[in-house]
Design a binder for this molecule. Structure first.
Ligand SMILES: [Zn+2]
Length: 389
């Protein structure tokens, strides 16, 4: 199942739509190791690709982090905004998906009595795309939230009429939903960089376990769940309850180990808790295949078998590192023990922004901090005291 190419997943009829983009835009694909077979064909650099998932929910690949979009009579809801420089392409893709949805689903006048040239023509005119109502950020990362400002303000354009698009009013444009740690991180100035513009900030932040839209949107309930201390301390997963699609954010990436951003509160045990929660929420169609479909932050569409495999892989590596931590090994000793060796051809990398060494270090650090500060973990506390070096 997990090696199935993108185009056959879930038996979904694939009508991929390629939106051509200018060359030169950044692309996220890591250089493959020689030994790794390609598991999914990514869109060419600088292009975004749309994949119908189920019903009115689609995925957009190639704009940075993967994007999930719901289109329909209520407008568009977009989970993650991609990179800032890809926002125009994302907008074009969303509008295209909305148009196609409208052609297939919106009722048209049926034509009675005498046909005239104009009455026939009217039946073939599609309504302009409905506005983007919501943007949801699964984290504050620039490849997931970079397009916030443009997508939010595109709400002006759709709803605008005579309203000028440059009025930065919180009542205009799309709402941006995120966990409050995303809001505070984006609002704060970090590492000497300027805080993001006001229009890019979440307009609605939640700080409890979950958040839900108060009404059905495009015919289904949509819920955000906080997965604490996973990729960062502000991650959300988003469940489309009717179509049964879950946007996972950077809790999972099919081509690499999960990015655990320790400086921003990420931990290996938080990632595992999040994946276990996703597995609790998902229901397979038959023998672990199909059923709930999930879009990871990077990589291809997955089902619960894929998530279970990924969870098992991470659990095994976590346990190996934890064992070494309990034995008092240093980080260098743990790296030398190669605790992820049997998975590195599939998920590892020696180059790029997130290498195997980065991953092992993050696992080691967060397990070591469990050992040193058991009161802050909310998780397991090793019983055997570690030997001092
Ligand atoms: Zn990401």
């Amino acid at each position: 199942m997990r090696r199935r190419p993108l185009v056959t997943i879930g038996g979904v009829a694939i009508a991929t739509l390629i939106v051509s983009l200018p060359l030169g835009a950044q692309h996220d694909v890591q250089p493959s190791k020689f030994t790794r077979a390609p598991m999914v064909q990514s869109p060419p650099s600088g292009e975004v690709e749309v994949l119908p998932i189920r019903g009115n929910v689609f995925a957009i690949f190639g704009a940075g982090g993967n994007i999930v979009v719901s289109v329909g009579s209520d407008g568009a809801l977009i989970v993650d905004a991609g990179r800032a420089e890809m926002a125009d392409k994302v907008l074009a893709a969303v509008r295209q998906v909305q148009r196609e949805w409208a052609v297939r689903n919106e009722p048209r006048p049926s034509g009675f009595g005498a046909e005239t040239r104009s009455s026939v023509a009217d039946r073939h005119i599609t309504a302009p795309p409905k506005p983007i109502r919501y943007v949801i950020n699964t984290s504050a990362d620039p490849d997931h939230a970079g397009g916030n400002e443009k997508l939010r303000n595109a709400g002006h354009t759709f709803t605008g009429g005579n309203v000028a698009g440059n009025i930065a009013d919180a009542t205009e444009g799309a709402a941006i939903l995120a966990h409050e740690n995303v809001l505070s991180r984006m609002a704060r100035e970090t590492e000497g960089k300027a805080a993001v513009p006001a229009d890019a900030l979440p307009t609605d932040a939640y700080f409890v376990d979950f958040y839900k839209l108060s009404h059905y949107f495009n015919g289904e309930g949509i819920q955000l769940f906080h997965t604490p201390k996973a990729h960062t301390d502000g991650d959300s997963i988003v469940h489309f309850r009717g179509t049964d699609v879950i946007a996972l954010g950077d809790l999972m990436s099919t081509g690499s180990y999960p990015v655990i951003d320790v400086a921003k509160g990420g931990t290996i045990n938080g990632v595992l808790d999040g994946l276990n929660r996703v597995l609790d929420m998902s229901i397979a169609e038959f023998r672990l295949e199909g059923g709930t479909l999930m879009v990871p932050g990077h990589g291809r569409l997955v089902d619960s078998a894929d998530v279970a495999y990924y969870r098992d892989m991470l659990t095994i590596i976590r346990d190996r590192v934890e064992d070494l931590v309990k034995k008092g090994r240093t980080l260098e000793q743990v790296k030398a023990a190669n605790p992820s060796g049997d998975y590195d051809t599939e998920y590892g990398s020696t180059t790029g922004p997130w290498t195997t060494a980065n991953f092992i270090e993050a696992v080691y650090k967060t397990l070591s901090s469990v050992r040193l500060k058991p009161d802050t973990t909310g998780g397991k506390v090793p019983t055997a005291p570690a030997r001092r070096k």
